[in-house]
Design a protein around this ligand. Structure first.
Ligand code: ADP
Ligand code: MG
Length: 827
């Protein structure tokens, strides 16, 4: 809009202000905004600028009575008329003369200037599950922004509730509770709040961007306030009493606050004179708006929040001392002390953990109360077997076998998770168990996530059972997606006739056509790679009776997190490697030492060994990651090892192709396998002695450890080579820990400590809704406390009777209906 058009708009607006009526306030703001725009477009003298500023100030505080207001507007208009020539406006001013006529009734322009802080709206009580759009200031567009903020994306059908808003935890807090007198501050004192009056406010148009200067007086002195915009002059004027908060700085011009936060002195304090919440934001959503929204969300729900946890009180620890729900929300957003924040978070974290544990313990108890197929454990068979093995079992293997045997003897089904570091010998434990099933004339299903792993397990079992007397030896078959139709039919027939004792395979095992004669044991390797559904389908193959279930994983999880991730299972841990293994040597090389790393690779290949090269992690894109791996393979071929055989595998390949490459690597058809981070865990290639990881600082400890576990499976010394591009504080700590220890459980604890539970578990497989609560200062002991409380409650009332728990029970059901399923596949 040019100046003439603005001027016309200004006059029209002033005309409406003069006349008064319903839109008076809006019109007044528009007039102010238009004046500002005109000023911004005009190179005026200081004098004219003062006149404009004065005009704005007068418009800001129009007298309440109609007569006085009209007189004021008339004065303003005559002033405008007099300065009009200095504003570079072509109009002759005739318009002004028509002020009192009813001409030119035009709709008001955009409401750009109506941003003056509104008085707090009265909030009516609302239930927490009401839509947030019931709150003042939450129109459709703000509701969308909230959805974006909470979920990371907008879904038009999703309704953001008031409770969702209450659960937007402040990212941090600023302490503005220090209310100080200007005269008492001799030097900068940090974050403070000053109560005072604006004695002067003006816009400044320098060579750089315009800014606003104000002076605040509190009777003991004055302080400069600086804003790097002029918008503020639409909201504040001389004579306004405010609280101003910010960091006191000692500038050239004396004490000042740059970009202060402020609120009217008579309004509610959401920011100033208190500990102010600082919310995460999204584009278009402002801190001030967020504060106003959470304030009204709190006010609306205060009397409506249901404190379901109170019903569980008799089962909670005496010393737990959690605040009531309304108090917890209030203090999370508007605390008086930081201790209140800690206590509130604790309460809210506890809620989730308690619901989670109630569900998990209940699920566990349900399984344990259901009928199973108890095995008879024949010691002689076990002894005969272990005597034929080419090695003696480790202490950990013996202990875990003991735990498993105790389970399978019981009349209820086993649901056990075996966690053992790579190479700890989980397959041998599974073999012992399958043998016991066989001795009980029962069948075993052994499921692995890839064809290659299934094939590997089948071979391992054949080898492990090789020395058994004919009569004891189970009949094993392999069923995968590549099994030919003819062979499939044979397997189907033999299986249902009970002539196959152990069926090893991929998820092909859960297909409809697969019918067991008498399945009583299901073993699932790398269980996190399967969904809950696939495991349930496998269990259903057992003629209506839940089979014993042994899940295995090579991912060590800190003990406390096991209660979260596998809280419905019994967990066995195998934390000991077979004796005689040569520990893997881990070396850390910086960018400049790359040559040393390549020398090691060449030396090992010349000895007849093989090498893995892992390419850097690209978080955003599998495609880029795949491309980078292909390029890296080419580069190594062209520039570094032209005489060596190199191939590549990545996540964008079809799984059949992936398996082909892995198989030919296993068969030593080439020397160096370049891959992205996707390559399979559990792959047994004893001849591989070097694991070289590019961009190692980008991986988490657990993942680095998984990579490392792919070497060191043979008799030769193996190496894990960490190549770090950049030194980062977190990265270095991780890499040094890698060099220092080979123990997966130690690393997992360290990883948890370094990254916090959210990152540690990864968002997708966390199974923890609203992990946000867990960030920062999370006390893992709370998990154990929640576990114990859940166990006590369920011991007293296994079905959680609705009459006893009228609030808790629906909440629990709602939680489990919306919670992400525990341990879904990790990708
Ligand atoms: P993982 O736990 O990673 O699945 P595996 O079961 O594949 O480990 O075992 C790794 C290797 O160690 C296999 O070759 C297996 O035969 C061997 N092994 C298992 N138990 C022992 C033991 N107690 N002593 C020596 N070697 C063992
Ligand atoms: Mg394994």
């Amino acid at each position: 809009m040019n100046r003439d058009a603005l001027y016309t708009r200004l006059i029209n607006t002033l005309r409406r202000v003069w006349r008064g009526g319903r839109d008076l306030e809006t019109d007044r703001y528009i007039a102010v905004a238009t004046l500002r725009e005109i000023a911004a477009l005009t190179a005026t003298s200081h004098d004219i600028a003062e006149q404009l500023a004065k005009t704005v100030a007068e418009l800001e505080r129009l007298p309440p009575s109609e007569r006085d207001r009209r007189q004021q507007v008339e004065r303003i208009v005559s002033r405008l008329k007099s300065i009009q020539p200095h504003l570079g406006i072509g109009n002759d001013g005739a318009e002004i003369g028509k002020l009192n006529s009813a001409l030119g009734e035009r709709r008001a322009g955009r409401q750009t200037a109506s941003r003056k802080p509104k008085p707090p709206a009265i909030v009516h009580p609302l239930p927490p599950d009401a839509a947030a759009s019931n709150l003042p200031r939450v129109g459709p567009s703000v509701a969308k922004l909230l959805d974006q903020l909470i979920h990371g994306k907008v879904e038009p059908t999703r309704i953001v509730t008031i409770e969702d808003v209450l659960r937007i935890a402040p990212r941090r807090y600023i302490d503005y509770s220090n209310l100080t007198k200007i005269g008492e501050m001799l030097s900068p004192v940090g974050d403070v709040t000053i109560e005072g009056e604006i004695v002067d406010i003006r816009e400044q148009y320098g060579r750089s961007r315009p800014f606003t200067l104000a002076r605040l007086s509190d009777g003991t002195g004055t302080l400069r306030l600086v804003w790097f915009s002029t918008f503020i002059t639409k909201q504040l004027a001389e004579g306004d009493r405010i609280y101003a908060s910010g960091t006191i700085q000692g500038g050239y011009n004396g004490l000042e606050i740059v970009s202060p936060e402020w609120e009217p002195a008579d309004g509610p304090n959401l920011t100033t004179k208190r500990i102010a919440p600082v919310y995460p934001l999204t584009k278009g959503l402002y801190q001030k708006t967020m504060r106003a929204i959470t304030r009204s969300a709190l006010d609306a729900t205060r009397s409506k929040l249901v404190d379901w946890l109170a019903e569980a009180k008799p089962y909670l620890d005496e010393g737990l001392d959690l605040p009531a729900i309304d108090v917890a929300y209030e203090r999370l957003h508007y605390p008086e002390t930081m201790d209140e924040v800690t206590a509130s978070k604790r309460r809210l974290q506890f809620e989730n953990l308690f619901l989670l544990q109630l569900g998990l313990v209940h699920r566990k108890q349900t399984v344990q109360a259901s009928p199973g197929q108890p095995f008879t454990v024949n010691r002689d068979v076990l002894t005969r077997f272990t005597e034929t093995l080419p090695f003696t079992l480790t202490g950990a293997q013996r202990r875990v076998i003991g735990e498993i045997m105790a389970d399978v003897r019981k009349p209820s089904p086993m649901t056990r998770l075996l966690q053992g570091d790579v190479g700890s010998g989980k397959t041998a434990v599974a073999a012992v168990l399958a043998l016991v099933a066989n001795d009980n004339s029962k069948q075993t299903a052994f499921m692995a996530p890839t064809e290659l792993l299934a094939e590997q397990h089948e071979r391992s079992l054949e080898r492990l059972y090789a020395e058994l007397p004919e009569a004891d030896r189970p009949a094993i078959a392999l069923l995968t997606g590549s099994t030919r139709a003819k062979r499939r039919r044979e397997i189907d027939a033999d299986l249902s006739a009970g002539e196959i004792d152990i069926l090893v395979g991929t998820h092909a095992l859960v297909q409809d056509a697969v019918t067991f004669h008498d399945l009583a044991l299901a073993i699932v390797d790398e269980q996190h790679r399967f969904g809950v559904r696939q495991r349930a389908l496998l269990a259903q193959k057992a003629n209506g009776v839940q089979p014993h279930m042994l899940s295995m994983t090579a991912t060590p999880i800190p003990r406390t997190l096991n209660l979260v991730l596998s809280g419905d299972l019994d967990v066995s841990i195998m934390d000991e490697l077979p004796k005689g293994r040569i520990p893997i040597e881990t070396r850390l090389y910086r960018k400049a030492e790359r040559g040393d790393a390549y020398r090691l690779v060449r030396e090992q290949v010349e000895r007849g060994c093989q090498v893995f090269v892992i390419c850097p992690l690209v978080e955003e894109s599998d495609t880029i990651e795949a491309k980078a791996a292909v390029e890296e393979a080419q580069r190594l071929k062209d520039e570094v090892f032209p005489d060596l055989r190199i191939d590549v595998v990545h996540g964008k390949m079809a799984s059949k192709k992936k398996d082909e490459v892995m198989t030919s690597f296993r068969d030593h058809e080439f020397d160096i396998l370049v891959s992205t981070s996707v390559i399979e865990v559990g792959i047994d290639i004893p001849n591989a002695t070097v694991m070289m990881i590019e961009g190692a600082e980008r991986f988490g400890l657990s993942q680095l450890h998984q990579f490392r576990g792919r070497v060191g499976r043979g008799d030769a010394q193996s190496y894990c080579v960490l190549l770090a591009d950049e030194a980062t504080a977190g990265g270095d700590a991780r890499l040094e820990t890698m060099v220092a220890t080979n123990d997966g459980f130690v690393l997992a604890e360290k990883d948890l400590e370094l990254r916090g539970p959210g990152d540690f578990m990864g968002t997708r497989q966390s199974g923890l809704p609203e992990l946000g609560w867990l960030e920062g200062g999370f006390d893992t002991r709370l998990i154990e406390i929640a576990r114990a409380a859940a166990e006590r409650l369920l011991a007293a009332d296994p079905e959680i009777d609705i009459r006893r728990f009228p609030r808790l029970k629906p909440r629990l059901q709602q939680y489990w209906a919306t919670a992400p399923v525990i341990d879904t596949s990790k990708s």
